[in-house]
Design a protein around this ligand. Structure first.
Ligand SMILES: NC(=O)c1ccc[n+]([C@@H]2O[C@H](COP(=O)([O-])OP(=O)(O)OC[C@H]3O[C@@H](n4cnc5c(N)ncnc54)[C@H](OP(=O)(O)O)[C@@H]3O)[C@@H](O)[C@H]2O)c1
Length: 336
């Protein structure tokens, strides 16, 4: 397992992070990994060099955090040897204030996450998205206070537009507050939109990029080619959650088959290895509903694709540049 700096910080995280959205009693039908199975998966991940774990308060309404906390305790790993990331913003109860990024909700939520995780601090506290009804300054000041009070070590953002991320960090910089050191976003061979605005911003600002749904929820395993297998995530309520162009997906799966055959591995392993090698990507957050899936996915840590293989996968998954990127590319050729 390779270890890399978490954005512009000195903390080292594993190139693969274990996502725990499947832990608990079934967040939006993504799976319901029991405590016993989660213990085994967390232990397996630790044994294979993973030191980075991602969860969120909303995953099974707190259960994922609880299950992860217990699994880390059961594994006997010292608290300081793991990097725990969680998130805040989603609705956690019926009360009007039990959602969003107000100072009130952030300060109340962090205490609950700490309790569920059974820890005294969270390594990376991420906002789970944009809150249009709270002034950004209020959110950034509250997050800074958590860092100063030692409840949180670093802060990160997820699912923001590039301009929102830049604005948030500009406010923090102006006041000398803690800035977001990571961006967590959807990125896979089936969806590379993040490459246009967010990744260049993160490279410019030396922010880390953490990638969610790296297998597009399972589409990149190739198992949906013959129809949705029963009991899988995309045969349920989340069918179509991640938009994927059928024709493009076919091309990508063909290219993945060639690459995975050459390495005698699975499409999933090859797809994750491609992502781990993309410019700007800090850590790929792998998801799994079963131990077998986790084994295949963590094998990506040992798979290095050649420049030719990377280029073949790039070509199969490429889409036309949106504006202004196509104009920016064109202007590079003018006035030389
Ligand atoms: N910030 C955010 O908004 C956000 C959003 C989503 C996820 N996340 C984070 O990212 C993590 C990973 O996301 P994800 O779970 O969506 O990742 P993913 O890798 O795109 O999808 C994982 C799912 O694909 C299937 N799968 C995985 N490996 C497989 C394999 N080797 N063979 C066959 N099927 C396989 C399993 O579902 P089935 O068995 O049901 O098919 C598994 O639950 C989450 O745990 C969470 O920490 C963050």
């Amino acid at each position: 397992m390779a270890y890399v700096n978490l954005g512009n910080s000195g903390v080292k995280v594993s190139k693969l992070c274990l996502g725990t959205m499947t832990f608990g009693s079934g967040f939006r039908g993504v799976g319901s990994v029991s405590q016993q199975d989660a213990n085994a998966m967390v232990k397996y991940a630790l044994d294979h060099g993973v030191n980075f774990f991602d969860t969120a308060d909303v995953y099974s309404r707190g259960e994922s955090e609880q299950v992860l906390g217990k699994a880390l305790k059961a594994a006997g790993v010292p608290r300081e040897d793991v990097i725990i990331a969680t998130k805040v913003r989603g609705r956690m109860g019926d009360d009007v204030n039990d959602a969003g990024l107000s100072r009130k909700h952030i300060l109340d939520s962090v205490e609950k996450s700490l309790k569920r995780l059974q820890v005294e601090y969270i390594d990376l506290y991420q906002i789970h998205g944009w809150d249009p009804s709270t002034p950004l300054k209020e959110t950034m000041e509250a997050l800074n206070d958590l860092v100063r009070w030692g409840k949180v070590r670093y802060i990160g953002a997820s699912n923001l537009a590039a301009w929102q991320l830049a604005k948030a960090n500009a406010i923090a910089r102006k006041h000398g507050w803690a800035r977001f050191i990571t961006y967590q976003g959807y990125y896979s061979l089936a969806g590379r939109d993040i490459e246009h605005e967010v990744v260049p911003l993160c490279l410019d600002q030396r922010m880390g990029v953490l990638t969610w749904s790296p297998l597009a929820g399972g589409l990149l395993t190739g198992k949906y080619r013959k129809g949705a297998p029963k009991g899988t995530r995309l045969s349920g309520e989340l069918k179509g959650f991640i938009p994927a162009d059928e024709k493009l997906l076919d091309k990508v799966l063909d290219a993945l088959e060639t690459v995975s055959k050459a390495h005698k591995t699975t499409l999933a392993t090859a797809a994750l290895a491609w992502l781990a090698q993309r410019p700007g990507v800090t850590s790929v957050i792998v998801g799994a509903r079963t131990q077998e899936q986790l084994t295949q996915n963590l094998a990506a840590a040992d798979l290095e694709l050649s420049a030719k293989e990377l280029a073949a996968l790039d070509a199969a998954s490429a889409t036309p540049l949106p504006y202004p990127q196509w104009m920016i590319e064109r202007q590079k050729t003018y006035h030389k």
